[in-house]
Design a protein around this ligand. Structure first.
Ligand code: 6PG
Length: 251
């Protein structure tokens, strides 16, 4: 595992455009090598900007979307058609505009299709197991000001889950309260982890998360993003506003 790299972009829009370009290039490169890539998407506001940038660029890209598996690092446990669902937002912004194979877009079950978050997490785990080794070629992740990643929140039980690739979340500090998230074990199966983050409020959390090689279990409990790195690469895409606030821990 190589140490994280930091890429600073002038604005959130520039960040979204650069990551969209990089993602389309990586997917095309993988497909040219005979790989049917698995990409993990995330929710949140910078993800919305990324989705818009992908929609603007996909038409000119050689990516064969019918040969891309799409997953989510986490999902809100809401009705499937809720506009607050990460998958709904991605579909509305770009996925419904590219020729994906519906069988390869793997949504977490909504509250209209699963009895509770545990059932939804178990179903998602089964689906992950049915499609390859549960690995991701590129896993996109956001980070909260508290250092949460996906829906793994500081001090929450989900941080301790082992032996499973997805788990239910209750009493999320970020609404809505019920979610499903990949576990650290699943996040650890990504060849490339690309964090996308914008805004000064995330500076301290990102600064801490960049210290991933030295993170103790207790520090990961405090800043869950410190527990995530790609097998081959971990890239932090941040905007200039955040970069100026990258106060290193202890400074
Ligand atoms: C979610 C996201 C969550 C998000 C971060 C950052 O379902 O809310 O998956 O993990 O990525 O909270 O969100 P912002 O980019 O909006 O700050």
């Amino acid at each position: 595992m190589s140490p994280p790299t930091l890429v600073t972009h002038d604005t959130p829009e520039a960040l979204a455009g650069a990551v969209a370009d990089a993602l389309l290039a990586r997917l095309a490169e993988l497909q040219a090598g005979g790989v049917e890539p698995h990409v993990g998407l995330t929710g949140g506001s910078i993800a919305d900007a990324l989705h818009q940038a992908l929609a603007e660029r996909s038409g000119a890209s050689p990516v064969d979307w019918s040969r891309v598996h799409v997953w989510w690092g986490d999902e809100r446990f809401l009705p499937s058609d809720s506009p607050d669902r990460n998958a709904r937002q991605a579909r509305d912004a770009f996925l419904d505009q590219v020729p994906v194979d519906p069988a390869k877009v793997h949504e977490v079950a909504g509250s209209d299709r699963a009895a509770d978050v545990d059932e939804a997490a178990a179903a998602y785990s089964t689906t992950l197991g049915e499609h390859g080794s549960g690995r991701f070629d590129v896993l996109l992740l956001g980070i909260g000001p508290d250092g949460h990643v996906a829906s793994l929140f500081p001090g929450h039980p989900g941080l301790e889950v082992t032996g499973r690739v997805a788990t239910g979340v209750r009493e999320s500090p970020k609404p809505p309260p019920e979610r499903v998230t990949l576990t650290f074990e699943a996040l650890a199966r990504a060849t490339s982890v690309w964090f996308i983050a914008a805004g000064a409020d995330k500076g301290p959390a990102v600064a801490a998360a960049l210290e991933v090689d030295t993170a103790t279990r207790e520090q990961v409990r405090e800043i869950p993003a410190r527990g995530v790195q790609g097998l081959d690469e971990t890239v932090w895409h941040v905007d200039a506003d955040l970069a100026t606030h990258l106060r290193r821990p202890g400074t």
